[in-house]
Design a protein around this ligand. Structure first.
Ligand code: BES
Ligand code: MN
Ligand code: ZN
Length: 501
């Protein structure tokens, strides 16, 4: 995708296949809509009287208006003006980009970002526009025999129409937004690929491919032997159940300025992503229904790769390290059994009461590995618990942290990118549910507060740095007819990293 800005005020003279103008449900026209209405002798107001109610999320295409050079004016409904906000704006940009895709257009001009709305800047609105366009153009065809040639999106270019003195800001927003969109689409693609293709080895190759593409990135993929040498006994116990080789992936973004001697460097931020490329549950096997969806159990890993791709493209001035423990969780004669006790890299022993609580078993060793970087913060991202979907549905990711400042920064980054999270408790009182008669800690805490006890388990391995945990079981993918990976929480993560740089 290509993004640019244009600053002509004479919107009726813009030559384009589609020009998006916003209108409010109470009959108010945006400044752009007003210009087009005047140029076309009141054609817009005419339509608004009856045909188009301008509800948020709706659109109407008007072709060949007299006095207007653009081939189509796309009226975009913005809902009531007094409730118009950044989320409505982002969605409106998506409606427009999606229209362009469905109509097989190769370019379009949007005037929507020029409309002011609360708690947003031109930069953030332009970023949202680029993310929306990137999302609209995502198209999965990796595993079809042949798919109709005509179905692939042709949209290549979105131009934002903005005031001259805001073009610089808009340009910045478009470039970070374009990078976020590319990171999201990478995460979606990896999430959507089936488990027999997207293996731990494949994720390792994806990291290496990124390192080839971006100079600031370096990838290292540790194999079983090296993981053994690190004594990651908990991670390896999950990996043992499968013939598929495990991988421990380290992807590092080092900004150019980091090499300049004498400059005091900020400590790195570490992202840890759960990379279970298929979760059958192990011996505590899952029921058959919808088990295919457990190919998405590596969406934490995918969001780490997507976020690192984005920070590399942006050229972020901060060292960021991605860690991905990746394997399958299958039942077999070598798999973990309920009651088994394993020794984690930290030295703490774990009684495995349910082999389906495997995410925490692979993450805990990666969290211990993270200590060596003396990080300013560690954030793990994981499709960790079904209980998180029960608690928060598909709207918010679950956020857990004892560090209020870190939690607040992540919540804000989520709000600013419409990729929201909701904070859940992490009090010591829940820790007793993890008591084991046979080891330092049990890997499950029983039915009450399943997402909280999962986070409590992880917290035992994060004593030496500020830490937050994102449970993305509900937000990383959609079920049903629209089944597929969403690319969340790449926007939240990248915004957080941008804010920290
Ligand atoms: N990957 C699952 C969590 C999950 C479930 C994500 C459904 C998305 C949709 C995880 O490994 C798991 O199986 N968790 C168990 C934990 C339980 C055994 C304590 C769960 O949520 O049932
Ligand atoms: Mn599981
Ligand atoms: Zn899992």
């Amino acid at each position: 995708m290509e993004f640019s800005t244009q600053t002509t005020a004479s919107l009726h003279q813009i030559k384009t296949a589609a020009l998006a103008v916003g209108v409010f449900a109470d009959g108010m026209l945006s400044p752009a809509a007003d210009i087009i209405d005047h140029a076309s002798n009141g054609a817009l107001r005419e339509v608004l009287k009856s045909e188009f109610l301008a509800k948020a999320g709706t659109h109407l295409a008007l072709r060949r208006l007299t006095g207007v050079v653009a081939a189509r004016i796309i009226l975009i409904g913005l809902g009531k003006q007094d409730s118009y906000n950044a989320a409505t704006h982002a969605n409106a940009e998506f409606v427009f980009a999606n229209y362009c895709v469905q109509a097989h257009l190769s370019e379009g001009v949007s005037t929507l970002a020029a409309i002011e709305c609360p708690n947003s800047t031109m930069r953030s609105r332009a970023q949202a526009a680029a993310v929306a366009a990137g999302r609209a153009t995502y198209y999965y065809d990796a595993t079809f025999g042949k798919r109709e040639h005509n179905a692939a999106p042709k949209l290549k270019k979105i131009i934002l129409s903005v005031a001259r003195n805001q073009a610089g800001q808009a340009q910045q927003g478009l470039s970070s937004g374009g990078a976020i969109a590319a990171g999201m689409n990478l995460a979606r693609e990896l999430g959507n690929l089936p488990g027999n293709i997207c293996t731990p080895t494949y994720l390792g190759q994806a990291a290496k491919k990124l390192a080839k593409e971006f100079k600031s990135l370096k990838a290292e993929v540790l194999e079983r032997k090296q993981i053994e040498a690190l004594k990651m006994g908990s991670f390896l116990s999950v990996a043992r159940g499968s013939y598929e080789a495990p991988a421990f992936i380290i992807l590092r973004h080092s900004p150019a300025s980091a090499k300049t001697a004498g400059k005091t460097r900020k400590a790195p931020i570490v992202l840890v992503g759960k990379g279970i490329t298929f979760d059958a549950g192990g011996i505590s096997i899952k029921p058959a229904g919808n088990m295919d969806e457990m190919k998405y159990d590596m969406c934490g890993a995918a969001s780490v790769l997507g976020a690192l791709r984005a920070v590399a493209e942006i050229g972020l001035d901060r060292e960021i390290i991605g860690l991905i423990p990746s394997c399958e969780n299958l039942p077999s004669g070598r798999a973990n059994k309920p009651g088994d006790v394993v020794t984690s890299m930290s030295g703490q022993t774990i009684e495995i009461l349910n082999t389906d609580a495997e995410g925490r078993l692979v993450l805990c060793d990666a969290l211990t590995y993270a200590e060596r970087f003396k990080p300013a913060a560690v954030i793990d991202i994981a499709t960790l618990t079904g209980a998180c979907i029960v608690a928060l549905g598909h709207v918010n990711s679950g956020l857990f942290s004892k560090d209020d400042a870190l939690a607040e920064s992540l919540l804000r980054a989520g709000r600013d990118t419409n990729d929201t999270a909701w904070r859940l408790p992490l009090e010591d009182a829940y820790q007793e549910q993890l008591h084991s008669n046979f080891a330092d800690i049990a890997n499950i805490g029983g039915p009450p507060a399943g997402s909280v006890t999962a986070a409590c388990f992880l917290s035992r391995f994060t004593k030496s740095y500020p830490w937050a945990h994102l449970d993305i079981a509900g937000t990383a993918w959609r079920s049903g007819k629209e089944k597929g990976a969403t690319g969340r929480p790449v926007p939240l993560l990248v915004q957080y990293l941008l804010d920290q740089a």
